[in-house]
Design a protein around this ligand. Sequence first.
Ligand SMILES: Cc1ncc(COP(=O)(O)O)c(C=O)c1O
Length: 470
Amino acid sequence: MDQKPLQTMGQQSGRRSWAEPWKIKMVEPLQVISRDQREQALREAGYNTFLLKSDDVYIDLLTDSGTGAMSDRQWAGIMLGDEAYAGSRNFYHLEAAIQNYYGYRHVVPAHQGRGAEHLISLAAIQPGQFVPGNMYFTTTRLHQELAGGTFVDVIIDQAHDAQDLHPFKGNIDLAKLEQLVKEQGADKIAYVSMAGTVNMAGGQPVSMENVKAVRALCDHYGIRLFLDATRMVENAFFIQEREPGFADKSIAQILKEFCGYTDGAWMSGKKDNLVNIGGWLAVNDDTLFEELRNLVIVYEGLHTYGGMAGRDMEAMAIGIAESVQDEHVRSRIGQVRYLGDLLIQWQIPIVLPVGGHAVFLDARGFYPHIPQDEFPAQTLVAELYRDSGIRAMERGIVSAGRDEHTGEQHYPRLELARLTIPRRVYTQAHMDVVAESVRAVYEIRAQTRGLKMVFEPKYLRFFQARFEPL
Ligand SMILES: Cc1ncc(COP(=O)(O)O)c(C=O)c1O
């Protein structure tokens, strides 16, 4: 029998191979349950991958949030936890790391991103104000709405088109933003809410040119600009790679320069910062800081722990320094890209260009015969689990939820299933297994049917909604 010559990963793409810039010191065994068991698990979970038990999952690509592997340095830091109620030395390490790498003056710790979103929304939004931003994020928008604000999407149009190849699909459309300011008046704008990278658009970045221009517009009208810095390190990588003038700058330099155009940031440390739990807020303004420092005590914990243990803060301080290393970011995004490139080569519809933290499958491209109210992306994640035990997440109509005033469903143009890659956890071989499962599900797409929702929670329904096959 003829055997095809084997090719390394690099040879397949006509270049030298790269490898992860770490080696493995401890392993966590994985198991795959049988197809019949997966079928049953899916039924019991109401076809919602958030309701699966993780023991029933093989490769877990639900999220990159808190699912990364910490380094030996971070684990050593855990042992140095100072669990004093007040003034823990680990808080001061964390504060110094944020000031050093992100450049803001004041730091408020929080238990995770949504804790920080809650505080900034309470402190910076007056009921009746508008919050323009580059596409909504689920928890961010909900906190803005609960504080009495109305989110307005001012991202560029290209972001809503899965196939558009714009290099900075996360950019804010300045004309849309200015129109809103002129229509409503600057005093009705709470702040501009900018995320780098934009999760719901497919992990798409914002350019340095864009943040500079938004800053200038905000200065002109006297409006504050706050950043969702959750994946801002990954955003800095795309600036280094794609924006003229940044190729010779380090990720750390680009990160600090970008943050320098903003008045503050909130953070889910569970992503870029390489920890399993934690978050923070950082601002430059003294008065706003005092307000946040007061609010954190009510909702999160004292202003020197904010819901985190001392050891968690130490791990995050170390994680921040590791997260900005160029080698780390290159290999992290390289792994995401490797998976994306395989799928592109097999002509499977995904969001282009491949973003920072995930490959987003375009469920409209998979299932043109399934209408959006029969939940194509939810169907796709259920199919993937059934095929191989791989867990992904819906990012389409279920995640978009309902209009807070009319109760009507939002119908987002993007109907996506997200394969989110945890940091430093899986190898290239896992990516191959994932790609082959996606292909298997794509091959049977014509006979796949949609779902109906049989239970809908009031808030953030995607986490707990239940479905049945049609
Ligand atoms: C862009 C973005 N902002 C905020 C959050 C909320 O962070 P957390 O899950 O830590 O509450 C997330 C989490 O996925 C996110 O992706």
